[in-house]
Design a protein around this ligand. Structure first.
Ligand code: PRX
Length: 631
């Protein structure tokens, strides 16, 4: 703990430029927070009143811990707020989406009118395949406009989307299709990364074996000169489906508590958890935080570099910014291709005002050198944001100095798939402390607590927890009530986030990392158990244990300890084969960086693998209590 203690005593403060902090939507943080605390219902009602509903709520909240219902009796559709409202209220010909792909001039632009039409057409196309309210649709697409269109089309007709990140492999897709009971899967022939095309459809072909709910696979064929063959008995062409539909499609009227989407996140068992979000509360939370945390203004061009396959993309690429009628940049490109100036080139070229990215990317930029950002004019930037893992003080200071010209506010936002929206950050105008995400935003009550839910003394490590319900909170874990309840009944009756954190004397929160068996690799949440079961599915592997190992660039890397079945010998060749096996089944993001063959793994007497012993040994730390360790 010595290092954290040191950070706490040695903390520095930064104040954003007066210009950046002037006329923010939030105004004075303390006043806004007090308004919320004095009357939470009134606070949230005020936000919800900014949005379009076909019927307003009878009550704001009904809370029977752990079950929340928000905006009871209210009805509407989130896509009305993302699209129709903008089309009818003066933003008809405003740019909604700028898509930038790899290569010169490879861009596609949609105005709000065009995006509205495309969404309606695809929504009608889905209807023609028999998709209706409550049906599940799995979207496995690269970062192309069609990904956004498909999500909104589902929401428009009340179908529940489950977006699977394009970097997942066939077993991971299969688990999500089967788990959600998807009727239709939407995919593409390939994605593009660093000048290469990466085929995708064959992964879906494998993933839908033994997935009896799937009736159709819709395929976006990006390669038009030599398009891939479709298996017409099941596969439908994306563009043909679009072309068949009218550009008018009324919004399905949704109840505030109807599910909007399921998004899978890693769990502590091998199976991923389907986090369920509902329309009303999520809509209000996404709208509020996008507007107030990033302080989005009418003229802004907004870029969140996350993939819509993650929660960050759901809330802060798609739903939040479109509800605000913002011009949203979406890019399939990577930070270092064709060269290390790519992101800065895009910021200059499109005049990006708000830039939201991940610590891993920031650490990579640092490594590539200041000469890259220095070549570009970044003066359009007004607000910087970070998400996904702790933004270490060195990375914070670099981001502030080099990209923020020592004056821009940085919002380091802590939140989760489960929370649906930002929970902790330093609101614009408040003093910023490198290494600290900040305080609870108005509308939520986050705390650092001990095992009983009592506040941990300032400066000491505790569990990150949420004391009060908030509108965008998940409503359940799909088909697993018990797992849902665990979030709310593990420490007292407050929400346990699964992170360790420290709060300082001023109430600023520093997030340290996970307290469970999840590993955050480059900001992606990966379950040790999921990687272990992928390894064990290889014919040579008897047992596997996976740990996260700190890494200066990625935050953590995955290290696997593997014991082999009789008849298999350790070799470099086998290491490669195992890594390849994980790549194909789970995807490149879950690949172990290191594999070590072992004769045995440390276990408890009841046979549970003790990862913490392996981790302690790996990091040269004290393994702690070993009394349960088997001889
Ligand atoms: O450990 C925290 C880390 O990411 C976890 C949530 O992962 P996921 O559900 O995939 O959502 C990621 C994007 C919201 C958290 O439990 N995390 C997220 N943001 C931060 C963070 N850790 C430190 N600082 C953050 N700003």
């Amino acid at each position: 703990m010595a290092e954290e203690q040191h950070l706490i005593t040695d903390q520095r403060r930064y104040y954003p430029d007066a210009e950046a902090a002037r006329d923010t939507w939030i105004g004075d943080y303390a006043t806004a927070y007090e308004e919320y605390r004095n009357s939470p219902d009134k606070f949230w009602e005020g936000i919800a009143n900014d949005l379009h509903w076909t019927r307003k709520w009878d009550r704001v909240l009904e809370w029977n811990n752990p079950d929340a219902r928000w905006f009871i009796g209210a009805k509407g559709n989130i896509t009305y707020n993302c699209l129709d409202r903008n089309v009818f209220n003066g933003r008809r010909n405003k740019v909604a989406l700028i898509w930038k792909g790899e290569g010169e001039e490879n861009e596609r632009i949609y105005t709000y009118r065009q995006l509205h039409a495309a969404v309606c057409k695809f929504a009608n196309g889905l209807k023609s395949l028999g998709v209706g309210k409550g049906d599940r649709v799995c979207i496995y697409l690269p970062m192309v406009p069609e990904q956004v269109i498909a999500m909104l089309a589902c929401a428009r007709i009340g179908a529940v989307h489950t977006v699977v990140f394009g970097g997942f492999g066939s077993a991971a897709i299969h688990a999500r299709i089967v788990g959600s009971g998807a009727k239709v899967v939407v995919t593409a022939d390939h994605s593009v990364r660093r000048g290469k095309t990466i085929p995708l459809k064959h992964l879906v072909e494998e993933a839908i074996i033994d997935a009896p709910t799937v009736e159709y696979v819709v395929v976006l064929r990006r390669e038009t000169e030599h398009p891939i063959e479709l298996h017409r008995e099941m596969e439908v062409d994306f563009d043909e489906l679009m072309a068949s539909g009218s550009r008018r499609c009324p919004c399905e009227e949704m109840d505030a508590e109807d599910p909007l989407f399921i998004l899978y996140t890693s769990g502590s068992t091998g199976a991923p958890k389907g986090i369920v979000h509902t329309f009303g509360g999520y809509m209000v939370g996404a709208y509020y935080t996008t507007k107030y945390v990033f302080d989005v203004k009418e003229q802004d061009t907004y870029w969140c570099s996350a993939d819509p396959g993650w929660i960050t993309g759901h809330t802060y690429v798609v739903y939040g910014p479109l509800m605000l009628g913002t011009t949203v940049l979406v890019s399939e490109t990577t930070p270092d291709y064709p060269d290390a100036g790519n992101y800065w080139d895009m910021i200059e070229e499109y005049g990006v005002n708000i830039f939201y990215t991940a610590p891993t990317a920031i650490r990579m930029f640092i490594k590539m050198g200041d000469e890259w950002p220095d070549r570009y004019d970044l003066s359009s930037l007004r607000v910087l944001g970070s998400v996904g893992e702790p933004l270490n003080p060195e990375a914070w200071e670099w981001f502030y100095r080099v990209i923020g010209n020592s004056k821009l506010p940085i919002v380091d936002t802590w939140w989760q798939t489960e929370t649906g929206m930002h929970m902790v950050t330093t609101m614009i105008g408040e003093p910023m402390k490198p290494g600290f995400a900040g305080k609870s935003i108005p509308g939520v009550v986050v705390d650092v607590v001990n095992g009983e839910g009592e506040p941990a003394p300032p400066g000491t490590v505790g569990f990150l927890a949420v004391r009060e319900p908030w509108p965008a909170m998940m409503r359940t874990v799909l088909d697993n009530r018990e797992l849902y309840e665990k979030y709310w009944n593990t420490i007292g009756n407050i929400y346990k986030a699964g992170d360790l954190a420290i709060k300082d004397e001023d109430g600023y929160i520093m997030v340290i990392g996970r307290s469970d068996d999840l590993i955050i690799v480059s900001g992606h949440n990966i379950g040790t158990a999921e990687v272990e079961s992928a390894l064990v599915s290889h014919k040579a592997v008897a047992e596997a244990a996976v740990i996260g190992k700190p890494d200066p660039l990625k935050g953590n890397i995955i290290k696997a300890f593997v014991t082999l079945k009789v008849g298999h010998e350790p070799s470099e060749r086998l290491k490669k084969e195992l890594i390849y096996h994980v790549r194909i089944t789970l995807g490149p993001i879950a690949m172990p960086s290191e594999i070590e063959f072992a004769d045995t793994l440390p276990k408890t007497r009841s046979g549970k693998i003790m990862r913490r012993v392996l981790k302690a040994r790996e990091l040269g730390m004290d393994p702690g209590d070993l009394s349960t360790l088997e001889e």
